[in-house]
Design a protein around this ligand. Structure first.
Ligand SMILES: Cc1cc2nc3c(=O)[nH]c(=O)nc-3n(C[C@H](O)[C@H](O)[C@H](O)COP(=O)(O)OP(=O)(O)OC[C@H]3O[C@@H](n4cnc5c(N)ncnc54)[C@H](O)[C@@H]3O)c2cc1C
Ligand code: SF4
Length: 557
């Protein structure tokens, strides 16, 4: 059936449509309702979420800077169902070598790196809490629906989104249970899709929002949740490590956070500007856990959950223009992560609130579908801009000068920025992450140890505990534009890096029937991290939302 033969979509009209029920989207919705109450006005708000429930697709550290929650819901700390209960009590940084490591003195760290006053917890649970608050304020939230198309009016302004059709078979034909997607139309539409949002990426390209800014940079973050033995558990302990197992040219590092109920979250971030196509972020993560200074934590422990998600790393100089006719970007769809702090959730909330204040103003003035230029003009002077500006050179210094020179210089720059100046001005990032791989023949293969099934694992058993689930009879949601190019470049030049950067074993080059290697996509394993959309050297893979509700089902990641 072609598009012209499809039945008309039904539609619903709102003042504001929000795409994505993460901290940014939900903070926008809550703040809009608070503004409506303060102004004695009605503002109708709908939030669509592609996860089967709110929080199902959220994966973060997380050590949460509570400044966002404090501003949005000042009484949250007193509430029975508050999502963050474990305050940071100890905070350590380590530089690792293969056999040992050095703890860095806390006094050498710029004050902004201090984690005291922050909370260890699950960002998925923060989102669930925010969703409850939003629903109490009569925000309509629809989990299980991916927005997969931006709707435009005749002038080219955004007028809402459409959710995907359900019940289309692998062959592209409607099945018996076929249901047409819905149009959600808004006077304004807020894109809060998180890192590398599918629609946000289209909007950034269409409206040239990245023009004159540095390219957005990313990392891939992998994470496991463990239940550890009571004697190994120190609620509120926060540990960060860098160095081994990565070489000095590859940026990234590990985190180990102890939260309540004997749960320890261990994760590993690899900056996606790495050069060696033989590198496997998943296997680097597994190796990290075997380090003598960390393996002890997991002795006798049980792994409960696994997942992965891209994180934005471009910071201040990569934030695209936030406003365009009919809509805005908030949270990590715009890239508000403070990289050295590995924190973005506070800025997600604060940017959502800032956008909501400007939206409420525009709605009160009877405006619609125009550009919210005042929001774009305001963010650099807000707490979000202040937070990002101070750390803007850490990532470029690390990328250009490597771990042993770049990281200390980054720390020095954060110190000088604490006093209001930088020796470096604002450094550029250079190439986008898709352009940094070297040809495989110029790089050394990396031999990773076999998993032991106790502390280290393979991808498939890991994906199993991400609870990822997709309707099998649907079109593949990972779109490869040119299969010939995939073979001639991705495989023949770069050695098939998708097989290694994908943390879920989705991509394989399989040999069968003497016909030469075939690019196999095991789409049902996808954990929606978006790394393929970012790192494919030819930008030949596009991630699109599968049928609504598909994807990981993270309990408290
Ligand atoms: C490994 C890792 C560790 C991190 N550690 C920390 C930390 O310790 N502290 C911290 O503060 N921050 C941390 N961050 C960053 C933090 O997670 C992000 O800054 C934060 O999640 C951004 O919030 P958001 O609402 O913008 O996006 P997200 O949290 O990504 O939420 C986006 C939501 O939108 C939904 N969505 C996306 N596209 C669509 C669509 N088209 N239709 C419908 N729904 C859609 C998604 O399913 C998701 O629920 C970490 C990130 C990673 C990856
Ligand atoms: S297919 Fe892409 S989005 Fe899905 S898990 Fe693999 S790299 Fe991540």
């Amino acid at each position: 059936m072609n598009a012209a033969e499809l039945p008309e979509r039904e539609g619903m009209d709102y003042d504001v449509v929000v795409v994505g029920a993460g901290p940014a989207g939900l903070a926008t919705a809550i703040r809009l309702k608070q503004q409506a109450a303060e102004r004695g006005a009605e503002i109708s708000v709908v939030v669509v979420e592609k996860g089967s429930e709110v929080g199902a697709h959220i994966l973060s550290g997380a050590v949460v800077d509570p400044s966002g929650l404090d501003a949005l819901l000042p009484g949250w700390r007193e509430e029975e169902d508050r999502p963050l209960v474990t305050e940071v009590v100890e905070d350590h940084f380590y530089l690792l070598g293969p056999a040992g490591g050095a703890k860095l003195p806390n006094f050498a760290m710029p004050p902004l790196m201090n984690n005291h006053g922050n909370f260890v917890g699950s960002l998925g649970n923060v989102a669930r809490y925010l969703a409850r608050k939003a629903e109490e304020l009569e925000v309509e939230i629809y989990p299980g629906f991916a927005a997969n198309e931006v709707l435009y009016d005749a002038t080219g302004a955004v007028r809402g989104v459409a959710t995907g059709d359900m019940g289309i078979g692998k062959d592209g034909e409607p099945k018996a249970e076929f249901t047409r997607g819905m149009e959600l139309r808004g006077r304004y539409t807020v894109f809060a899709e998180g890192a590398r949002g599918q629609l946000s990426k289209q909007l950034i390209a269409k409206f040239g929002l990245g023009d004159g800014r540095e390219p957005q940079k990313f990392g891939i973050g992998l994470k496991e949740l463990w239940k550890v033995k009571p004697e190994k558990h120190k609620p509120g302990l926060v540990q960060h490590a860098f160095g081994w197992p990565l070489d000095s040219k590859t940026g990234g590092g590990a985190f180990v956070y102890h939260m309540e109920d004997e749960q320890v979250m261990v994760g590993f971030v690899v900056h996606l500007n790495y050069q060696n196509p033989w590198l496997s972020p998943f296997d680097e993560f597994q190796r990290f856990k075997t380090h003598p200074m960390f393996r002890d934590t997991f002795e006798g422990a049980k792994r409960i959950c696994y997942g992965a998600r891209a994180i934005t790393e471009g910071g201040f100089q990569s934030v695209p223009k936030l406003s365009f006719p009919g809509g805005v970007l908030v949270g990590c769809a715009a890239g508000f992560v403070n990289v050295p702090r590995i924190k973005g959730s506070h800025n997600a909330v604060l940017s959502g609130m800032l956008a909501a204040d400007h939206l409420a103003e525009a709605l009160a003035a009877g405006r619609s579908h125009d550009e919210l230029a005042s929001y774009e003009a305001a963010w650099r002077g807000s707490a979000v801009g202040d937070d990002l500006k101070k750390v803007r050179n850490v990532k470029p210094l690390w990328s250009k000068l490597g771990t042993y020179v770049g990281v200390p210089l980054g720390a020095l720059d954060m110190w000088t920025n604490t006093f209001g100046f930088s020796l470096f001005g604002t450094l550029k990032h250079g190439k986008p992450d898709c352009a940094t791989l070297k040809p495989a023949a110029q790089c050394k293969k990396i031999a990773y140890p076999k998993p032991d099934g106790v502390l280290t694992f393979d991808k498939l058993s890991s994906v199993f505990i991400s609870n990822t689930n997709h309707e099998e009879d649907q079109p593949v949601h990972l779109k490869v534009k040119d299969l010939g190019l995939q073979k001639s470049s991705e495989l023949d030049v770069f050695g098939g890096p998708s097989n290694r950067y994908c943390p879920a074993g989705v991509y394989e080059w399989v040999e069968e029937g003497g016909e030469g290697p075939r690019f196999q996509i095991n789409a049902q394993n996808c954990v929606h991290c978006k790394t393929c959309d970012i790192k494919d050297p030819n930008q030949n893979i596009t991630w699109t939302a599968p049928e609504g509700g598909g994807g990981p089902n993270y309990p408290n990641m």
